[in-house]
Design a protein around this ligand. Sequence first.
Ligand SMILES: [Fe+2]
Ligand SMILES: [Fe+2]
Length: 472
Amino acid sequence: MAIANYDEKIPNNVDLGDDRRLKRALESWQPNFINWWKQMGPTLPTDDVYLRTAINVGRDGWAQFGHVAMEEYRWGIFLAERDANRKVAFGAHKGEDAWQQVPGEYRSDLQRLIVIQGDTEPASVEQQRNLGLSAPSLYDLRNLFQVNVEEGRHLWAMVYLLHAYFGREGREEADELLLRNSGSSDSPRILGAFNEETPDWLSFFMFTYFTDRDGKYQLGTLKESAFDPLSRTCEFMLKEESHHMFVGTTGIDRVVRRSCEVMAEHDTYDIAQYGAIPLDVIQKYLNFHYSVSLDLFGSEISTNAANYFTMGLKGRWAEEAQNDDHILQSTTVSVDSLTESGVITSKEVSALTALNHTLRNEYIADCRNGVTRWNRVLEEFGVDFRLRLPATSFNRRVGIFSPIETTPDGEILSLDDFNSTKERYLPTEADKAFVRSLMKPVYEPGKIASWIAPPIKGINNQPFDYEYVHLA
Ligand SMILES: [Fe+2]
Ligand SMILES: [Fe+2]
């Protein structure tokens, strides 16, 4: 069934109407979700927003655009279409039919994976809740809210799985997803990067570029899962996720472009005085968001990752395109490592235990594409400065590099040297205060803030000066 049922209280394409118990359970979770949205969602009051809503999971025309009041957004449950012949592509169950139910022996591991993924979705809404108050244009404001409602829908996606397949424990976990909050001291979100605040729009664009992209890779591995409902859920989430990364890619592109314009106009790198963001500040923000996003991949060597793979719960990125036996019991790969005296080197380890490292490398290669794109803007303006990704060892709190500090070039520093030079590499309080000082809201259609260039085109073929949002 491809067309979603919109007559139900909860739009869905999973025949929710046929399962009265499940439907009742989710309908009783729904008011808690709305309550959470009102308490922890966007703080800027709006009448309506030009949003896309999923209506279909097929290849074309899966979304419909229109002005809707955000509280009335139709958050629903959508799984990609089922392939009745799907087989497990990797691990000990390779070649068996994909699972339509959760095998008892994998229940707690699968539940844990779903809860961790589910926890990130509302976390980012919480992190971004105040950004509407300083939106650089109505176009950007609309994109922020689009990302927010879809992260809300991703929470629904995980909560559906918890309710439908994990019994009472699953329902309790679903409740707790609304009780933990980003940055809370007594019940924080599970992963570190999701407790950092997103206080300004440069951070928002970096977050959607680097941290949503981590999400893309995590969802990509879960899409390979032998547990078919999880696989189908993630496949559809990935479709929505690509817009979030588009917001990041084009957002940073437009910031760089505006900085170049102002540099050209005044013939100086020193553009803070003209209300634009200096390139070295952009680089520092990039360094920060990239390094905390690398931490989300976990330890380079991980027996958990190996077990999840062998069990069939979590595959590799594009598992079927990998040219090997998909079991990896006898394959080795080279991973970063540290010698006892703290020198960075590499060593051969089992490919199974190095899966986090392998996935992270895919991610890093993907991140480079954005940097190349932004550097083309710098080239276009004849600016010598180039943005770059810092070394994997820079500013890490998770994995083998966490005990050491290095420069963005990967040169090892003593803690004292790092602390006395880090203002060159990471945003300082003054940098953050400066960026925040630029964040004045611009709500007039067709107008834009001083520090960012307008987009090349609008959303869904609408012009830039379209009234994407009606404020309350
Ligand atoms: Fe998401
Ligand atoms: Fe996202």
